[in-house]
Ligand binder design. Structure first.
Ligand SMILES: Nc1ncnc2c1ncn2[C@@H]1O[C@H](COP(=O)(O)OP(=O)(O)OP(=O)(O)O)[C@@H](O)[C@H]1O
Length: 321
């Protein structure tokens, strides 16, 4: 991974009318890296992105882009002069421009000729599966289609840092997957960095090189998706990224976090099946045992009925406070 941070946020404090929304956040993002911001509603994800973008000013702390301080020290740099591409929940598309001209606009601004800019724009629209909408203006597009045009316009920008605020919130699963692949591919090609705010744990874990967990305006943990999922700092952090059971260690010395795939049915710890859910590719079993209640996930359809006496085995665990 290249060494230099393209975005550095230091001790950032942001308030709305005296209410603290960010209470001292320090983060850095390097070129080529995708950092996911994951946190519940109200944890400060949008506030952080809006402050980096320059739409909000910090009460204290600094924002640096490619080594230059853009907020918090001296006069802030205006949003339009920051080397950023911003994709927020509400896209403001220009009503008079077709989808093609909207997406061609960033290249035109860079000085690319009209024909070439339109060819590049069409390629991006095609990758997002909306080339057939190229000639339509926003009033002739559905909300989801407008959102895809907004994403395409952001992908057409060549900024050093992309800021995404839940950009896939209104997209269906298929388009979401295509967009995320496209985003990551662009990322790798251009060496740009991305900060991607979401409350969807699967999206964050699947997309990001690193995940930052936010809670009530503070960073709870920053790490690789594997660290965040497998070695959470506390139960709140664990539950942000998926189902987590807590059982007693067999020798009673500690509490252990157990993810659904970390235990299997069959083995010498007794338990009773309290509930069983068929989930399609796998089934979830809720097991009540002397060590505590835990969720076990196994491939395929349910193999035992509710109420059955089963054995189980712990294959992996993580000590939790
Ligand atoms: N314009 C505002 N005026 C006052 N308080 C605000 C404003 N915008 C956000 N807040 C408060 O700041 C805190 C952080 O909000 P923020 O929108 O950054 O959270 P978020 O993690 O992006 O949430 P969501 O996932 O719901 O978008 C919350 O307590 C919120 O109520």
């Amino acid at each position: 991974m290249p060494a230099e941070p393209v975005l550095e946020v230091t001790d950032l404090v942001v308030e709305y009318d005296g209410t603290t929304a960010l209470a001292g956040v320090t983060l850095e993002v390097r070129s080529g890296e995708v950092l996911a911001l994951l946190g519940p509603s109200g944890s400060g994800k949008s506030t952080l992105l809006h402050t980096v973008a320059g739409f909000l000013l910090p009460r204290s702390g600094t924002v640096r882009l490619a080594g230059t301080t853009v907020a918090g020290d001296g006069r802030p740099v205006a949003p339009e002069r920051r080397d950023l591409a911003v994709v927020f929940q509400n896209y403001a598309l220009w009503p008079h421009l077709s989808a093609l001209d909207t997406v061609a606009y960033p290249a035109r601004r860079r000085g690319t000729g009209r024909k070439q800019a339109r060819a590049e724009a069409l390629a991006i629209l095609d990758r997002l599966r909306i080339a057939h909408l190229a000639d339509r203006k926003p009033a002739e597009l559905s909300g989801g289609e407008q959102q895809r045009v907004g994403l395409a316009r952001a992908l057409a920008r060549r900024a050093s840092v992309y800021l995404f605020d839940e950009p896939t919130a209104h997209l269906d699963t298929h388009v979401r997957g295509v967009f995320l692949e496209e985003l990551v591919a662009r990322q790798r090609d251009s060496g740009a960095a991305a900060v991607y705010a979401t409350h969807d744990a699967e999206e964050a874990l699947g997309l990001a090189d690193r995940v930052a967990l936010l809670r009530e305006g503070r960073l709870l943990q920053v790490g690789t998706p594997q660290q965040i999922y497998g070695e959470p700092v506390d139960l709140f952090a664990a539950r942000l990224t998926g189902p987590a059971s807590v059982v007693d260690a067999p020798d009673g010395s500690a509490k252990l976090l157990v993810r659904p795939g970390w235990a299997r049915l069959g083995g010498d710890v007794d338990g009773d099946l309290r509930a069983v859910w068929f989930r399609g590719p796998h089934s979830d079993y809720l097991v009540d045992s002397p060590l505590g209640e835990l969720l076990i996930r196994e491939p395929g359809a349910p193999r035992h009925p509710v109420g059955a006496r089963v054995g189980w085995t712990l294959e992996r665990s993580w000590p939790i406070g």
